[in-house]
Design a protein around this ligand. Structure first.
Ligand code: GUN
Length: 303
């Protein structure tokens, strides 16, 4: 079987074009420019790359963005004071605090400090709760990107057996909640596997759709997947460096072997990664519209 390679790069490009047009219209009709503030504490190289590409995408789409890069020694009160300022700033519609934070800062305190209306990551407990009851304002970016990838690649989600490997607050848990809602682009039977699961392969082998987000290079091998399944690989593992010093990336799936067996699969890089950023842009646009009291027309994306 020749697998369909689901290109997140291509699908993200389409969505970027759609967003760019909508942002230009918002500026023309309502003189409104969406604004995003990113906050990075410390100098983790991967986080710096992520925050840098968020700023670049904002610029390309016509979104105002501000970077707040703070030293690793920044204390919690200083960070909370910055968030308070951003909560009150009318230019800023979305606030993203890059995770993980240094150990001396309490992540829950920080996420609780962000105004839920500006929480474009969808990590505030109010937004987590709204998602759970099926009335989300903001869908978390990576799960939403995965759902859009599936929808736009023509994968049938309703009625499917979905197995998610990984139970993080950023991917596994919200994604499970999204895909089990009784809505279009969802309505699946969802199983979540994790480090306490005694036999992960037992679950993955019976899955129509496998979504892997656990951070272990090539964890999912060909014998763990059903013939004709769809595989979404969220893993971004740095497994070495090229002679030029560029990181060599690898997913959580043994891509070369698994692709011989499945109907469709995402590559790493170029799969889920580019989708996460466009969904952040979508949430920032939504935040600006909500702040301006502009009615949300139809919900265009996802659930
Ligand atoms: N770290 C890894 N993924 C994410 C994300 O989606 N948002 C934030 N804020 N931090 C992250």
């Amino acid at each position: 079987m020749t697998a369909q390679i689901i290109s997140g790069t291509e699908i993200a490009k389409q969505i970027r074009e759609e967003l760019k047009q909508e942002i230009a219209e918002l500026r023309q009709k309502h003189n409104l420019v969406p604004g995003l503030a990113t906050v990075l504490v410390g100098d983790d190289p991967a986080s710096q790359v992520y925050v840098g590409s968020k700023a670049k995408t904002c610029k390309a789409l016509g979104i105002y963005s501000e970077r707040h890069d703070l030293s690793a020694e920044t204390d919690e009160p200083t960070l909370l004071a910055l968030i308070d300022r951003l909560n009150k700033d009318p230019k800023i519609h979305g606030i993203l605090v890059q995770l993980p934070l240094p150990k001396h800062i309490n992540e829950t305190n920080v996420l609780l400090a962000i105004d839920p209306k500006k929480d474009v990551d969808g990590f505030h407990p109010v937004n987590v709760g709204k998602l759970m009851i099926g009335e989300p304002d903001y869908l978390p970016c990576t799960p939403h990107g995965i759902q859009e990838l599936l929808i736009r690649s023509g994968v049938k989600i309703s009625g499917a057996e979905v197995v998610i490997v990984g139970r993080s607050n950023i991917v596994g848990k919200p994604l499970a909640n999204m895909l089990l809602q009784k809505k279009a682009g969802a309505n699946a039977t969802v199983t979540v596997c994790h480090t306490g699961t005694s036999d992960i392969a037992f679950h993955t082998r019976r899955a129509d759709i496998i979504i892997v987000a656990l951070g272990k290079p090539k964890f999912i091998t060909a014998d763990m997947v059903k013939e004709g399944a769809v595989v979404i690989d969220v893993g971004v593992n740095r497994i070495g460096k090229t002679a030029e010093g560029k990181a060599i990336l690898c997913g959580d799936v043994d891509f070369d072997a698994v692709k011989e067996k499945v109907k469709a699969i995402t590559p790493v890089p170029g799969g889920v990664g580019p989708m996460t950023i466009v969904m952040l842009m979508l949430n920032t646009l939504k935040a600006a519209k909500m702040a301006a009291g502009l009615a949300q027309e139809e919900v265009k994306y996802g659930i």
